[in-house]
Ligand binder design. Structure first.
Ligand code: PLP
Length: 376
């Protein structure tokens, strides 16, 4: 039986070969520099820095805030572990706030109620290529003088109100992991929309905590240890491969839109029996397509049926507030009120395979299994 994978990067032999042509296997070379400038122009940000992963970008972002032990960062629990791991690693305390059912991003009303004197920052996650209520949350940040970090790991090239996700706050973080729309295997991007000290801090953290990047630009005659940092680079070979993906990003997006639309047309009947079907939002990069089943048991049974049929469907985010690490380290966290939407969605969500090369007849096969499960 043929298996339909959950994702499949769309990279051909020619693109791989052209990436290897660069021969500069180190980081901070010509291909990286050029791509960083391209991102700065496209996303309209002051600084774009290629890094090893979105996890790297998040770690740099939180380290740049110089968090103290008592400083708090508001974050969702319905997210990938790196969003919150990076807060703790930077020495802060994470405050979990529930998401809202529409966007599956942070609930702004609950965020506002959770701000106190210790709050230093808020991290917004844009789930599945759909904008969280980032403008409302930005207003809260301005009112309370808080930093806004955007985890746009899944949110490359989507605009909300004419502005790209990841560019609303102080730092934006993106992923080029092989599960993402645009990929170079492992990779990430950190963007800083405005001028200011954060640019120097993030450059130094990326380069071992030194001012190596100022040195490479000829601004200082040697580079020295300035602060705690790491080695958070993307190699030039990866950057060259990523460039080929960026060049065909519009094509990738339009094929994903086809897959998304075909699923939606085939499955929207399920809404009549209270199974939620991914909406067709005005602005999306069509990163994920999901169903929210009526119960956890139903979701788990449907997953089994699909996997038996060779379809690699998947659940998503196990709530972090209920993870073994949080249970073992209660002093590093606060949980604000109940996490009803997080718990509810996490127990019932099911993601379907979505990638540009997925054929309509494969989508029809996947949908026929789902409709047969529901006897529709
Ligand atoms: C919301 C979110 N944040 C962060 C990450 C981490 O990205 P990376 O694998 O590039 O480190 C992911 C990865 O799936 C993610 O979904």
């Amino acid at each position: 039986m043929k298996t339909i994978p959950f994702v499949k990067p769309w990279i051909n032999e020619k693109e791989l070969q052209s990436a290897l042509q660069s021969k500069f296997v180190n980081s901070l070379g010509q291909a990286s520099r050029q791509l960083e400038r391209d991102f700065e122009r496209t996303l309209k940000v002051k600084r774009a820095m290629l890094v090893g992963s979105c996890t790297d970008a998040l770690e740099i972002a939180f380290m740049s805030l110089n968090l103290k032990k008592t400083d708090e960062v508001i974050c969702p629990s319905f997210t990938f572990v790196s969003t919150v791991n990076s807060i703790i690693k930077a020495g802060g305390k994470a405050v979990f706030v529930d998401i809202e059912p529409n966007t599956l991003g942070l609930n702004p009303d609950k965020v506002e109620k959770s701000v106190n004197k210790k709050t230093k920052a808020i991290v917004v996650v844009h789930y599945g290529g759909i904008s969280a209520q980032v403008e409302k949350i930005k207003k809260i940040c301005i009112r309370h003088k808080l930093k806004l970090i955007e985890d746009a790991a899944q949110g490359l090239f989507i605009k909300d109100n004419n502005r790209y996700l990841g560019t609303f706050g102080d730092v934006g973080c993106f992923s080029f992991h092989h599960t993402k729309n645009v990929t170079c295997g492992e990779g990430g991007l950190l963007v800083i929309p405005s001028d200011g000290d954060l640019i120097t801090s993030c450059e130094e953290i990326r380069s071992f905590g030194t001012d190596k990047e100022s040195f490479l630009r000829g601004e200082v005659d040697k580079y020295e240890w300035q602060r705690i940092g790491g080695s958070y680079f993307m190699t030039d070979v990866q950057a060259a491969l990523l460039k080929t993906q960026i060049d065909k990003a519009a094509k990738i997006q339009s094929e994903r839109k086809r897959v998304y639309g075909t699923y939606y047309r085939n499955l929207r009947e399920l809404e009549k029996i209270q199974v939620e079907v991914s909406r067709h939002p005005i602005s999306s990069n069509f990163h994920l397509f999901w169903l929210v089943c009526r119960s956890k048991k139903e979701r788990d049974n449907l997953l089994k049926v699909l996997r038996k049929g060779g379809i690699q469907a998947s659940f998503h985010f196990l709530p972090l507030h209920d993870s073994p690490f949080v249970r073992r380290n209660p002093n590093k966290f606060r949980i604000m009120g109940d996490m009803a939407v997080t718990d509810n969605v996490s127990g019932r969500i099911l993601r379907l395979p979505i990638f540009p090369q997925l054929k309509n007849k494969e989508i029809d096969y996947i949908c026929s299994k789902i409709l047969a499960f529901y006897k529709i």
